[in-house]
Every structure is written in C-alpha cells, then in structure tokens.
Design a protein around this ligand. Sequence first.
Ligand SMILES: NC(=O)c1ccc[n+]([C@@H]2O[C@H](COP(=O)([O-])OP(=O)(O)OC[C@H]3O[C@@H](n4cnc5c(N)ncnc54)[C@H](OP(=O)(O)O)[C@@H]3O)[C@@H](O)[C@H]2O)c1
Length: 239
Amino acid sequence: MFNRICLITGSSRGIGLGVARVFAENGARVILHGRDENVLRQSLATLVDPVKHTYVAADLNTAQGPRIIAEGFLRLQKKLDILIHSAGVLGPKVPLADYPEAAWNDVLRVNLTAPFLLTQALLPALRKGANPSVIFISSSVGRRGRAEWGGYVVTKFGVEGLTQAWADELKEENVRVNAVNPGGTRTQMRAAGYPQEDPLTLPTPEEIAPVFVWLARADTQITGESLDARDWIGRDPAL
Ligand SMILES: NC(=O)c1ccc[n+]([C@@H]2O[C@H](COP(=O)([O-])OP(=O)(O)OC[C@H]3O[C@@H](n4cnc5c(N)ncnc54)[C@H](OP(=O)(O)O)[C@@H]3O)[C@@H](O)[C@H]2O)c1
C-alpha cells in the first residue's frame, strides 16, 4: 500500500480510525475525517508518521458536507486511490411506529445520501487513481432487518444496493466498489447499540482491518462484493 492515497470518512474514532492506523502502518497516506478539528488533530497524532497524513472536517448531516470534504480533499490531492465511507450514526432504537421523521432524515442523510454524494464528487479523482477502491460499510442488519433498528436497517440495505449499482456502472473503468460488514466491533456506536455487552469480548477496529487492507491493495481485482470482516481476522491480507 506504499504511498497509496486514502480518504476515510468517520475516522476521528472507531472503525475508521482503526483502519486508518493500520493503513498508515502499511505505508498509505491517509486523510482522516470527522466533524471536530480538535478531535481530528488528536486522532492524527495516533498514526505512524503523522506528518505524512492530514484531515478534513465536515458535518455529513448537512447539504454541503460531502462537497466540503471533496473540495478539502482536492485542495490537497489530485488523485484518490482508496475511499472508505466509515462515518455513520445509529439513530434512535425505537419501533418504526414511533420513529420520528426528523431522526429518519438524519440517519438516511449521514449513512446513505452523504456517501452517495461524496463518491459522486470524488469520482474524477478516483478515475485518476491506481486501481482505485471504494469501500462502503454495511452491517448484518443490511442483510436481514431487525426490530427497533428501522432507520439504520434501511440505510444499510441501501448501502448494499448502492455498492452493487456503483460497481456495475464503474466496472468498465476499473473503479472497484465493495462493501464490508464489520461484525460487532469495539466502538462507541456498538456500545450505544448494545449497552449490556462487555466490549472486551469484541474485536478492536485494528483487528478487523485485514479485509480493508486487502480490498485497498493495488493488485486486488474484485468489485461488487459484500465481505465479512470477521472472516479475515488474523489473516495476512498480502496472501
Ligand atoms: N461498531 C460496530 O460493531 C459496527 C457494526 C456494523 C457496522 N458498523 C458501521 O461501521 C461504521 C463505523 O462505525 P463505528 O462503530 O466506528 O462508529 P463510531 O465509533 O460511533 O464512529 C463514527 C464516526 O462517524 C463520524 N460521524 C458521525 N456522525 C457524523 C456526521 N454527522 N458528520 C461527519 N461524521 C460523522 C464520527 O465522527 P465525529 O463524531 O468525530 O464527527 C466518527 O468518526 C458505521 O457505518 C457503522 O454503521 C459498525
């Protein structure tokens, strides 16, 4: 992954930051993203060789958020090799019968509309990348719905469909688009979704990173797939 350029949304913490750390260890140049510059500066400092990497800040729950990220990125780089959409929100855990419309709109915007618009805005830069790879983050509930997770469920089904449609449209141009289901991972979001669970029983974001490394490599060819990160834990993504 030496010097491959990688933008990861939602990498101020959680899965995005864990994957960013592993990418940095593998020689990639990483652009972190989150909403708060102070937090992002601290996150950046945890990467190997922090001066090699940078960040952009923007709120994806706004109409202009994806454009701000794309413009911020394009001020720094002309080409993009790897785009990972890790920013996400859980939304309220309530029955659909009671799901507030405002929360529904927020969850759909952050989890589904924003990654669609950001991919669109960065497509010219991805087309200049070397075997470019776009990775969406799905979930088990993106394959089978679950009570009281309504808005989140719908966005993850949407992410699976978006992955397949982008992959099909971009296959002739060799822009690869895949999804990853992380499985339960030790993060703030997981703790909010499963407050009774002991986080120490879960893999860390760094432990689930091998599948992301493999999808990001310049010599990986697959597109239009949805992979389970749990299947890759402990595997050497170079093999
Ligand atoms: N953890 C799991 O077990 C699990 C399982 C299945 C799927 N996933 C998926 O994995 C992805 C990452 O989740 P995670 O567990 O790492 O969550 P997390 O620890 O809560 O991190 C979420 C990230 O998204 C960013 N974010 C949230 N709202 C945002 C907004 N409005 N604008 C911009 N950035 C925003 C946060 O940045 P700031 O708050 O700093 O702005 C943070 O960097 C999500 O798509 C999630 O659905 C996670």
